[in-house]
Design a protein around this ligand. Structure first.
Ligand code: BEZ
Length: 395
């Protein structure tokens, strides 16, 4: 189970990305990686960079992503597209200050493809690097809207979501029950994009926004001043975007300070270890997301069982997104693709990914064409779950 410390406890000093070597590859990213040797050898090993946070407020998300990616490998003899896969894990850290150098390092080493990235700012910061180096990047979390919109690239794909796509359908739904909403979100690209999308659909459906506030990302541990503003606004409900350690601190303090407005959020607020750590404080929170481990389909049942057996915990959306990135690479490499351009052709040729969230294909921006669900936190068998209430209308 992922553990959560305070956001401050996770703050990363300096800009150098830590490099962790794990998995099948025994090579060092600081020296001869073997990646150059492998690239271009038909049927030879494939080198994949896994750029995920192993430090900072999003470290638990990175752990889930690595577990999801490795589960697919474990189920497929350590291979992608029939080729032995060497995995090079690099710490994304908390922000672009660490994530961008991490990506540069993997590109310099000429890995065959990169998977990962949690933070929207990092995704935006590395987009041109991958386009120019012609190394395919599959983003397995970061939701920056432009990445699959106006800044889409042949070389950048995404198996996760866009921040606006998760928040927009929730705005329409919330307006059915709430006249006046307060918006509070982490002060960086993801929080800003999520609140903008929520506000657009919420106001279009007749809701009124009573106010908004953006606590500094990565350093805020005391949400009291922001929560006081919510109470003063008199709003009936609150929409929020927080994830990782910040989600735990926000939700606990929301209840401790007795804020009575109904709490709605993009689903990251109550996902995985965050939900366990927030405990009773999260009960009743309603969220939108494209996955819950409670989804009732055969593929998900099988996936949940396998994940539980491998890691002794339930899977999260982060694990599923990385598992599906492995599935996408598996398909893209299956016809002997070797160069970045050939891998991109392979990605382009994918019809559907058989995901635990339900089958999906890629849209024109290279993001998933998928269903979003309304989820509600409930107590069950002594634990907490994200019950799937209904599909949300994404129109
Ligand atoms: C983002 O930065 O896009 C993000 C981070 C954590 C959870 C969801 C989105």
């Amino acid at each position: 189970m992922s553990s959560f410390r305070t956001p401050r406890g996770y703050v990363v000093a300096g800009v150098a990305a830590a490099v962790l070597l794990t998995g099948c590859g025994s090579d060092s990213l600081g020296g001869d990686t073997g990646a150059d040797d492998a690239a271009g050898v038909a049927g030879g090993p494939v080198d994949i960079g896994l750029l995920v946070p192993t430090s900072g407020v999003y470290a638990p998300l990175g752990e889930d992503m690595e577990q999801g990616f490795r589960l697919f490998l474990d189920q497929n003899d350590g291979k992608l597209g029939g080729r032995e896969a060497n995995i090079h894990v690099v710490d994304e850290g908390e922000s672009p200050d660490t994530g961008v150098p991490g990506a540069q390092r993997l590109v310099q080493q000429q890995v065959d493809a990169v998977v990962g990235i949690v933070n929207s700012g990092t995704a935006l910061g590395v987009r041109d690097l991958f386009e120019e180096s012609q190394i395919p990047l599959i983003i397995a979390n970061a939701g920056a809207d432009a990445i699959t919109g106006e800044r889409k690239s042949d070389y950048v794909w995404r198996t996760s979501f866009s921040n606006g796509a998760v928040a927009a359908p929730l705005g329409t739904y919330v307006a059915e029950n709430c006249e006046s909403a307060f918006l509070v979100a982490a002060d960086y690209a993801a929080g800003k994009e999520a609140t903008a999308a929520f506000e657009k659909t919420f106001t279009a459906a007749g809701g009124n926004v009573a106010g908004s506030v953006y606590p500094p990302f990565g350093t805020t541990t005391n949400y009291q001043p922001f929560l006081a503003q919510i109470t003063q606004s008199g709003a009936d409900c609150v929409y929020t975007f927080f994830a990782g350690a910040e989600a735990v601190a926000f939700t606990k303090q929301y209840r401790e300070l007795g804020v009575t407005a109904a709490l709605y959020s993009s689903g990251f607020l109550t996902e995985g270890g965050v939900l366990t750590a927030a405990g009773e404080a999260a009960v009743g929170v309603e969220t939108s997301l494209h996955y819950s481990d409670q989804l009732d389909n055969e593929r998900n049942t099988e996936f949940v069982e396998a994940y539980q057996a491998a890691y002794d915990e339930a899977p999260t959306v982060y694990a599923v997104q990385a598992y599906d990135a492995a599935q996408a690479l598996d398909q893209a490499l299956a016809d002997g693709a070797e160069t970045g351009a050939e891998i991109v052709d392979g990605l382009q040729g994918i019809d559907t990914i058989d995901s635990p969230r339900g089958e999906f294909g890629f849209d024109d921006g290279h993001g998933p064409d998928q269903t979003y669900y309304l989820r509600k936190v409930e107590s069950k068998d002594g634990g907490l779950i994200n019950t799937v209430v209904q599909e949300l209308d994404a129109s």
